[in-house]
Design a protein around this ligand. Structure first.
Ligand code: C2E
Ligand code: MG
Ligand code: MG
Ligand code: MG
Length: 283
């Protein structure tokens, strides 16, 4: 029995290990040419006013149209891109593409929303990041007021002082800065006081069971109250049900983002959305 178990364990381990490794190596390899071959696309998801459903901004979310695997989610390939360093050119592409698309919409006289771009902490902490942002704004002619940058608490790992200084610079450039996935990181609430940000985005992990978990509800309420005392705007992510919207309105959350209002979508679909999104419970 022991031998059999050992063997099964080994097979399982080898099978799983092999599979993960080969898939990983494959994607790693394909990531190299994906940018050159134009396989990335930005999707956009609206962020709405909690009470009215009026669109206030959009978040750019990258998609990879892989030639044989189909669409691959950023949850899968962003970590790989971070390991290989590909996140640097990819992140630059995302930022430039989002700014260019918005600048084009502006030139055509279309309705405009500020666009939020996710920035990997590796990208943020790399020398020259601020110059890169300024160059892209100059190249595209996008007014900085229309750009938001979303970063997670992990930007602090490379040294809090430097992160604070960089965020002050971004703020001075009139760019909005948000802390993404707030509450899931390593840090306590106190660092919020020192970061010159504008917004916090509450992670979906707290929102999904806000009606059943008293502790998560308490965390959410605590963060909203504290953030408001610091004049920060609070966004809740992952809203899928009307009861979550109602609960978050009652807790005075400012903005909501989630499938209840809209899924991430290609730019051409975004252009056709009404100003106010009705709540549509996910089925
Ligand atoms: P995030 O920045 O926290 O983005 C929110 C994620 O939640 C998105 O997943 C979005 O599609 C998903 N979401 C929004 N509303 C709902 C909802 O109601 N229910 C559920 N279940 N999910 C919802 P997505 O697009 O798969 O992106 C995952 C993560 O990948 C992002 O999390 C972000 O951390 C990263 N990411 C995406 N695009 C980029 C990028 O251009 N650069 C970098 N560095 N990271 C990116
Ligand atoms: Mg984000
Ligand atoms: Mg988030
Ligand atoms: Mg998240």
């Amino acid at each position: 029995v022991a031998k059999q178990q050992g063997r099964n364990t080994w097979q399982w381990y080898q099978g799983k290990g092999k599979q993960v490794t080969s898939e990983h190596v494959l994607l790693r390899h394909d990531l190299h040419t994906a940018l050159r071959d134009n396989q990335f696309e930005l999707y956009y998801q609206p962020v709405v006013e909690a009470v009215s459903g009026r669109i206030r901004s959009v978040e750019a979310l990258v998609r990879w149209h892989h030639p044989t695997h189909g669409m691959i989610s950023p949850g899968v390939f962003i970590p790989i891109a971070e390991q290989t360093g590909q996140i640097i050119p990819l992140g630059r592409w995302v930022l430039r593409q989002a700014c260019q698309s918005l600048a084009d919409m502006r030139a055509r006289g279309e309705r405009l929303f500020p666009v939020a771009v996710n920035i990997s902490s590796l990208q943020f902490r790399r020398d020259g990041f601020l110059d890169e942002v300024q160059d892209i704004l100059d190249e595209t002619g996008l007014p900085p007021e229309l750009l938001e940058l979303e970063m997670t608490e992990s930007i602090l790992l490379g040294g809090a002082e430097q992160a604070i200084e960089m965020i002050s610079t971004l703020r001075g450039m009139n760019i909005t800065v948000a802390i993404d996935d707030f509450g899931t990181g390593f840090s306590s609430l106190s660092y919020l006081r020192d970061l010159p940000i504008h917004k916090v985005k509450l992670d979906r992990a707290f929102i999904c069971d806000i009606l059943t978990s008293r502790s998560n509800a308490a965390i959410v309420q605590g963060i909203i109250t504290m953030a408001h005392h610091m004049d920060l705007v609070v966004v809740a992510e992952g809203i899928e049900e009307r009861v979550q919207q109602q609960d978050l309105i009652r807790r005075d959350c400012d903005l909501l983002q989630g499938f209840l209002f809209a899924r991430p979508m290609p730019l051409e679909d975004l252009l056709r959305l009404p100003d106010i999104l009705p709540a549509m419970t996910v089925t």
